[in-house]
Design a protein around this ligand. Structure first.
Ligand SMILES: Nc1ncnc2c1ncn2[C@@H]1O[C@H](COP(=O)(O)OP(=O)(O)OP(=O)(O)O)[C@@H](O)[C@H]1O
Length: 349
């Protein structure tokens, strides 16, 4: 039995002074990742870009010294990155950014999204948890249930919605009331717009901050969606300033969080809930993806990533909308999403 305790790790790191901010490593928000597996503890400290090599090494040594004697840890890796620290989750006052990096440029007159009844952000704190796959699966299931559904692929650095719907090429544009609007693609009754269907050779990965936000907002407003019951917005993964700014800019009516059930992913998913709370966007629920695997040989079910739950204080608790297994069928995003779609509808109506 391992005596490992995450609380003990956090408490040990709380005793390490962060010379860069005069606070401790935890309250300074330096801990950007923590994983523990079979005695191996791996933590990532996110340091500001101006950190010198010496400062980084000192912090790493201090963190290693604090953790080295903790029970249950047989191997320790303290890694440094110079990314911006994630915004702290437990801020008491609603900490809206005092300036919006991309001032709302919603154009006057005809709006492509004027007939969109509801918009819902599908978000994940981490990349690769299946957010786009789940968005596509939900969209298809909701459309099959008779709703008019659209998908806006706002995952600008890794647009995977086109391939999930078998789309390639470029979207056309059309004049509507003297404005040139994007004509969405349509597959299985779902209207789709993605940056991957708008750009040519220019790689969207080079776009930064306000440029990305601006492009996504314009895709939302400058598309001829027609009448939609629900537009799902596949958000870029993460809980940092770009995602916060985007949520603030496009102001979806609600959000759902997709996560896998590992402790660390759930810890980050909590940050995702906090991010939407900061900008007053209600979170309708969370979706557990890749929850279990059924062995094709013996038929027994395994919870590969454990039984984690998204823990939030009772007054901020959000429901789990459903669990999806790790399977080729789910990857395909064509079947298996009906129950999830119904659970979501139950929360939206
Ligand atoms: N339930 C599942 N079972 C099996 N494979 C899955 C499942 N969900 C997603 N996948 C696979 O996991 C990979 C990542 O999925 P996806 O691209 O949807 O993640 P994402 O969270 O949108 O990633 P990113 O935000 O980084 O683009 C894909 O190969 C996808 O086919």
């Amino acid at each position: 039995m391992s005596d490992y305790s995450e609380d003990a790790v956090l408490s040990a790191l709380s005793g390490v002074k962060d010379a860069l901010s005069e606070r401790d490593l935890v309250s300074a928000g330096r801990l950007s990742d923590l994983s523990f597996d079979d005695g191996r503890l791996r933590i990532i400290l996110g340091l500001p870009p101006e950190t010198t090599q010496d400062q980084g090494l000192q912090l790493r040594n201090a963190a290693e010294a604090a953790l080295t004697d903790l029970p249950g840890i047989t191997q320790l890796a303290v890694l440094l990155t110079t990314h911006k620290a994630a915004p702290a989750l437990k801020t008491t006052a609603p900490k809206r950014p005092d300036r919006n990096p991309h001032p709302n440029k919603r154009p006057e007159g005809y709006q492509g999204d004027a007939q969109v009844a509801k918009t819902l952000a599908v978000s994940s704190a981490k990349g690769g948890v299946g957010k786009s796959t789940v968005t596509a699966g939900l969209a298809r299931a909701l459309a099959a249930a008779g709703l008019r559904i659209g998908v806006l692929d706002a995952d600008i650095h890794g647009p995977s919605i086109p391939s999930l719907f078998g789309l390639s090429g470029r979207l056309d544009s059309r004049m509507v009331q003297n404005r040139r609007l994007i004509g969405p693609a349509e597959v299985d009754g779902v209207k789709i717009v993605s940056i991957g269907l708008l750009t040519g050779s220019e790689d969207p990965v080079v776009w930064r901050g306000p440029m990305v936000q601006g492009a996504i907002a314009r895709m939302l407003w400058d598309t001829d969606w027609g009448a939609l019951d629900l537009l799902l917005i596949d958000m870029p993964p993460g809980t940092g300033d770009p995602q916060l700014g985007l949520a603030q800019d496009i102001q979806p009516d609600g959000a759902v969080i997709v996560t896998t059930p590992q402790d660390l992913a759930l810890m980050d998913a909590r940050k995702g809930v906090g991010m939407f709370e900061k900008v007053d966007i209600p979170v309708s629920g969370w979706i557990e993806n890749m929850a279990s695997f059924t062995c094709p040989d013996c038929g027994s079910e395994h919870r590969l990533f454990g039984e984690g739950v998204l823990e939030l204080p009772a007054e901020r608790a959000i429901p789990k909308l459903g669990s999806l297994p790790l399977s080729l069928e789910m990857r395909d995003a064509r079947t298996g999403y009906d129950a999830l779609a119904q659970a979501l509808l139950g929360r939206l109506s």
